[in-house]
Design a protein around this ligand. Structure first.
Ligand code: AMP
Ligand code: TRP
Length: 329
């Protein structure tokens, strides 16, 4: 038995992954796989909580896996798999729907309220139940740590509550997981409005830099991004939210401390800073896209299949334990 901590996380193969996803989630995973036993899933059954075109979804599953690999997730070290390939996820989600999850909890989920908006009565039941499937993802693998961006903390809290309730009733089946978010970069903001999260579902594409986008377009987006009043390059979330966001992006993609950047740009204006940031973005995207383009679909399919076998072995064991505890076996 390995004594390394167990990590689980995932991203939906919907929309185009952007630097917010990379900075908030994936870059953290890459670091963690050095020390821990990690499992990273392409959570396709979460993606269908809103309508997806079948052909597009199929491509996105492959492409999202390529993004994990290009970012540095190593299939020799970590398990990479497609959620729908391991049926234990949906089965455990059903059991947790009955034992552990409560309507009152789901009614509190801010992501559901944001996504459903005024259409709460007409969106799919899946969108409402999505956090319970996420709890099943996490709990199947004895997960201790869930590295995510800030917006997923509430869902991990719910997984903890569900696990605690289940354990109290049936005995200690589940480890109680914990969300881990990055100190800097857990919430990368829109380039046009620093009060809004950079989001892959944002219709205004000027707000975000997509990992696979044209590099010249990405640079233009940086040059056009909003800044705050004043001209000093300093990190100040209250008075300079836009600049603080750009500094965070620079620090992480350019691998430099924010304090160091403040020093380097003291006496220089926003213009110089943005020009250099555009270059940092260029270098990062070029390197990333080169790696991405070198991965074949065939390679991805093989990695997902190897991952499925490993994930399945862990998940089916846990599920059988749960089936026994609730009395269906
Ligand atoms: P999503 O795009 O909602 O599927 O999110 C996938 C992962 O990226 C989750 O762990 C999110 O918390 C994280 N994430 C999404 N958007 C951002 C953002 N703007 N800043 C930091 N992390 C993010
Ligand atoms: N809900 C997460 C998101 O939208 C994706 C996700 C699904 C996930 N299952 C998970 C993240 C389990 C961490 C652990 O970003």
């Amino acid at each position: 038995m390995s004594i390394k901590k167990h990590i689980f996380s995932g991203i939906q193969p919907s929309g185009n992954l952007n630097i917010g996803n990379y900075i908030g989630a994936i870059s953290q995973w890459v670091e963690m796989q050095k020390e821990y036993d990690c499992i990273f899933s392409v959570v396709d059954y979460h993606a269908i909580t809103v309508k997806q075109k079948p052909e597009e979804l199929k491509k996105r599953i492959i492409n999202t896996t390529k993004i994990y690999l290009a970012a540095g997730i190593d299939p020799e070290k970590s398990i990479i798999f497609q959620q729908s390939a391991v049926p234990a996820h949906t089965e455990l989600a059903w059991i947790l729907n009955c034992y552990g999850a409560r309507i009152a909890d789901l009614n509190k989920m801010t992501q559901f309220k944001d996504k459903a908006g005024k259409n709460q009565e007409s969106v799919s039941v899946g969108l409402y139940d999505y956090p319970v499937l996420m709890a099943a993802d996490i709990l199947l693998y004895n997960t201790e740590i869930v590295p995510v961006g800030d917006d997923q903390k509430q869902h991990v809290e719910l997984a903890r509550d569900i696990a605690t309730r289940f354990n109290k009733e049936f005995g200690d089946a589940f480890i109680i997981p914990q969300a881990v978010v990055k100190k800097e970069g857990a919430r990368i903001m829109s380039l046009q409005d620093p009060t809004k999260k950079m989001s892959k579902s944002d219709p205004n594409q000027n707000n975000c830099i997509i990992l696979l986008e044209d590099i010249e377009d990405a640079k233009k987006k940086i040059m056009r991004s909003v800044t705050d009043s004043g001209s000093d390059v300093v990190y100040d979330l209250i008075n300079k939210p836009a600049l603080s966001n750009l500094l965070t992006i620079y620090a992480i993609l350019g691998d430099r401390q924010i304090k160091r950047l403040e020093k380097d740009y003291s006496g220089k204006g926003y213009g110089d800073f943005k020009k250099d940031l555009a270059e940092v973005i260029e270098k990062f995207l070029k390197d990333f896209q080169e790696k991405y383009n070198n991965i074949s679909d065939q390679e991805v399919l093989e990695i997902l299949e190897a991952g499925r076998i490993k994930a399945q072995a862990i998940a089916s064991k846990k599920l059988e334990e749960v089936r026994k505890l609730i009395g269906v076996r």
